[in-house]
Write a protein that binds this ligand. Structure first.
Ligand code: HEC
Ligand code: HEC
Ligand code: HEC
Ligand code: HEC
Ligand code: HEC
Length: 337
């Protein structure tokens, strides 16, 4: 008798115990798992460093690795300039080694991160939220490794880009506001149209099908192909004068950066080949004469019959870049009839 009572008490005890345990785990799942989120967030930084993003996304990784976003912190031109600024940690570094912008807010001034600064504008900066999930366009596969969140901010990403390329307080690095005023914006183009060309591919080694994505190359002024698309040069003759017309085909103010200079060079040769004159016109933020999107600008020169007019447009990366290293963007020649 005592024996059965003990067994019965024991069974009731076990039942209550299980119920309690069940309740605790149940409540635990209902409450926001702040510690779990923080762990996933920290785990993504570790995974990035250990090469896990690279191993599942090899194609995107290679593109990013060769882009200026990967260099944003280690870039010598940047470090040289930032060295001169006494409060660089508040006025410069926040965009060159930022916390993830989904955490600090798309469009808001980024914050300087304390770890992995050498990775500049990394995958995590553009894609990761505070829970460690990856936001992007619609995915075609799932992974145990991170949550995928479909987010409209990535499909036409101009606002995303404006977080660093269009802060109103930093006009030196603003390509967005001139773009917004251009016909490109009204034609529903975005920064990705020219800087992240469309590509169809497997987006990860765990994907089953190729879907449309965009190249993570962000070619800018270090790309000869990009510079050749930037502007058109035309020469026209009318009664004793040659007009040289420069037409911008860039989606924003040209040159896009304040360190850059475009040099228009006009050479006038007499029929025997001797140079009558050579003129160089600098177009830059310093000269306050950058071209607006789609702007046509004409320079007119007096010429004589039989003269040859040569025009060249070249790109100077920084004020220190020597003339032999300027990049040819366009050239044109006209012989005066
Ligand atoms: C709002 C974000 C932001 C801040 C703040 C910022 N930068 Fe930048 N920086 C950028 C972006 C975006 C680019 C690339 C586009 C461009 O050149 O305009 C860039 C490019 C540069 C470049 C050109 C690098 C190259 O290789 O050509 C230099 C130099 C530079 N920044 C220096 C600085 C300095 C110095 C400060 C502080 C006084 C600073 N930046 C503050 C966003 C920022
Ligand atoms: C185990 C493999 C694996 C690892 C590791 C991995 N991913 Fe992914 N990731 C995937 C798969 C699968 C997809 C969905 C691909 C598709 O749609 O075809 C994806 C999608 C994404 C997306 C797009 C999300 C969306 O909804 O559009 C981003 C951004 C991303 N990953 C970033 C990262 C980053 C950053 C890391 C490193 C912290 C990483 N991934 C590590 C497998 C992985
Ligand atoms: C978190 C800040 C940040 C965001 C967001 C960002 N960029 Fe950048 N971007 C930079 C910085 C900083 C540099 C300059 C790196 C350097 O030269 O040191 C840069 C460089 C570039 C360059 C290359 C400039 C050159 O000199 O060749 C291009 C092109 C570019 N970004 C386009 C984009 C586009 C398009 C987007 C949106 C999809 C975007 N960026 C989003 C910070 C950002
Ligand atoms: C400067 C911001 C930026 C950085 C840095 C960045 N991405 Fe993206 N990523 C984007 C944008 C914008 C898209 C949306 C492109 C589109 O419309 O398909 C995207 C799309 C994706 C996609 C979906 C597939 C595709 O090609 O569109 C994956 C996966 C992805 N990124 C992974 C990564 C990984 C991995 C890294 C680091 C190696 C990285 N991204 C770095 C902005 C960024
Ligand atoms: C119609 C095509 C087109 C569109 C749209 C476009 N760009 Fe560009 N971008 C170019 C070309 C061409 C260059 C090279 C000439 C130059 O330096 O401005 C360039 C250069 C750049 C550079 C490098 C500037 C430097 O100093 O090295 C950055 C940064 C940049 N673009 C960012 C953006 C951002 C952000 C957007 C969206 C607001 C955007 N671009 C939209 C064509 C485009």
């Amino acid at each position: 008798m005592n024996f059965t009572v003990t067994i019965r008490r024991c069974l009731v005890g076990m039942f209550l115990c299980l119920l309690g345990w069940g309740l605790i785990t149940c409540l635990g799942n209902l409450a926001p798992d702040a510690k779990g989120d923080a762990n996933r967030y920290a785990a993504a930084y570790r995974a990035f460093k250990e090469g896990k993003c690279k191993s599942c996304h090899p194609a995107i990784w290679r593109e990013w690795e060769n882009s200026m976003h990967a260099q944003a912190w280690v870039d010598e031109i940047y470090q040289e300039a930032a060295k001169q600024i006494s409060d660089r940690e508040t006025s410069c570094d926040p965009c060159h080694a930022p916390e993830p912008i989904l955490v600090t807010g798309i469009g808001k001034m980024p914050k300087l991160r304390s770890i992995q600064r050498e990775t500049g504008v990394s995958c995590l900066v553009c894609h990761m939220d505070a829970e460690g999930a990856m936001h992007g366009p619609k995915a075609s596969a799932e992974t145990y490794f991170h949550a995928n969140v479909t987010d409209a901010a990535y499909t036409a990403p101009t606002t995303l880009c404006s977080t660093c390329h269009g802060q109103p307080s930093i006009p030196e690095h603003d390509q967005v506001s001139s773009f917004q005023r251009s016909s490109f914006a009204t034609e529903k183009k975005s920064c990705a149209t020219c800087h992240m060309p469309s590509v169809k591919r497997l987006q990860s080694t765990a994907s089953y099908e190729s879907i449309k994505g965009r190249k993570h190359t962000w070619r800018g002024s270090r790309s000869v192909a990009q510079l050749k698309r930037a502007a058109r040069l035309q020469l026209e003759y009318a009664t004793g004068k040659v007009s040289v017309t420069l037409q911008s085909r860039t989606g924003h103010i040209l040159p896009g950066g304040t360190l850059r200079t475009i040099v228009l060079e006009i050479t006038q040769l007499a029929p025997d080949g001797t140079a009558r004159q050579k003129k160089q016109i600098a177009i830059s933020a310093k000269e306050k004469n950058r071209l607006q999107p789609a702007e046509n600008r004409t320079y007119v020169f007096d010429v004589e019959r039989g003269d040859t007019i040569k025009a060249r447009l070249r790109y100077q990366l920084t004020p220190k870049t020597p003339e032999p290293s300027w990049i040819l963007m366009a050239e044109a020649t006209h012989i005066v009839p």
